[in-house]
Design a protein. Structure first.
Length: 319
């Protein structure tokens, strides 16, 4: 009769080892502990909350957080297509490629380095065809796309327009006209159109240029107000509503009291415009992230100073 295969057990607790065998295995375990080699411990990954062997995890340079191989890989991969995550950082500090090289595939490292070259090019140009949008390395005007061979003006970033001055061709004029009526602004560096839905006039473009939404000047080089009055009030009302709902009293507040709350929130927003988001509290429940608009079903982080709601991804890697 063939020997019966060992029964698979799900939990260690249900695995019964005969007394004799257990005793026999003890000396070996003791020897193991005495060995002077580096002890492999288990650490918690901040992104997935899973326990992982210390050889499979990377420690951030300037904050206490650690990332497992899978989460590090996904952060680096996401950063290739999501400029708000590039370069990968935690708590506002860079996660240097060197410290995580050992956990990343050579292919991903190569892609990351190509992206870095692209993002480090100031005022960079992309193929103007929206379906192509390939990065065009610095060149003389016009730049020719290596993929689709069309030409892009490196000054206005539109289709090359020959000897006409920038902005004189119809397509560009149409976009600029639309921008005026819609109240859009253009990044002074990469010329991307930005539509400010909420928040203050301090814009950080996907190319990482910081500028003023009112006049498109580089940030801190103009005297425009930081907030647009209407957006400031809108934002204050959103936060007041949220706080009231969290306290279980939505809509139950008299108008006069509400007015006071809104005015107080307006003041906080103006004062904390450059909030460093240093202290976070966990808020249980279903909330929308103020940064990426993801809906979080279980909990969210709230900045104790400025009331910003952020998902873990935004709290640790975006802000
Ligand atoms: Zn993880
Ligand atoms: Zn961190
Ligand atoms: Zn192209
Ligand atoms: Zn041009
Ligand atoms: Zn830009
Ligand atoms: Zn301005
Ligand atoms: Zn804050
Ligand atoms: Zn988010």
């Amino acid at each position: 009769m063939p020997p019966t295969p060992p029964r698979r057990v799900r939990h260690r607790a249900s695995l019964r080892i005969p007394e004799g065998q257990l005793a026999a295995s003890r000396p070996a375990a003791n020897q193991d502990e005495k060995r002077p080699t580096k002890k492999i411990t288990k650490e918690i990954c901040i992104a997935c909350n899973e326990e992982t062997y210390s050889t499979e995890i990377v420690q951030c340079a300037s904050c206490p957080h650690k990332y497992c191989r899978a989460c590090l890989e996904s952060l680096f991969r996401l950063s290739l297509t999501d400029t708000t995550l590039f370069p990968p950082k935690c708590c506002g500090q860079l996660i240097p490629l060197e410290t995580c090289r050992i956990l990343l595939s050579p292919d991903l490292i190569k892609q990351f380095q190509d992206k870095k070259l692209e993002f480090d090019t100031p005022g960079r140009t992309y193929c103007h065809r929206p379906t192509c949008s390939t990065f065009l390395p610095p060149s003389t005007n016009p730049a020719t796309c290596p993929k689709c061979l069309t030409q892009t003006c490196i000054k206005c970033k539109n289709a090359y327009h020959g000897t006409n001055n920038c902005g004189e061709d119809l397509a560009t004029q149409e976009i600029l006209r639309l921008a005026t009526t819609e109240g859009w602004q253009r990044c002074p560096s990469c010329k991307t159109m930005v539509d400010l839905a909420h928040g203050c006039n301090h814009i950080t473009c996907r190319c990482r240029t910081e500028f003023c939404y009112v006049c498109a000047a580089l940030w801190r080089t103009c005297s425009c107000a930081v907030w647009d009055e209407r957006r400031l009030l809108e934002r204050a009302n959103v936060i007041v509503d949220r706080n009231l709902a969290a306290e279980g009293a939505p809509g139950a507040v008299p108008a006069a009291q509400r007015h006071v709350l809104v005015q107080r929130q307006v003041q906080i927003l103006v004062d904390d415009h450059e909030c460093g988001h240093d202290g976070w509290s966990r808020l249980d429940g279903c909330y929308e992230c103020d940064e990426c608009y993801d809906i979080l079903p279980w909990f969210i982080w709230v900045c104790r100073q400025c009331d910003l709601l952020a998902c873990s991804r935004c709290r640790y890697n975006r802000l």
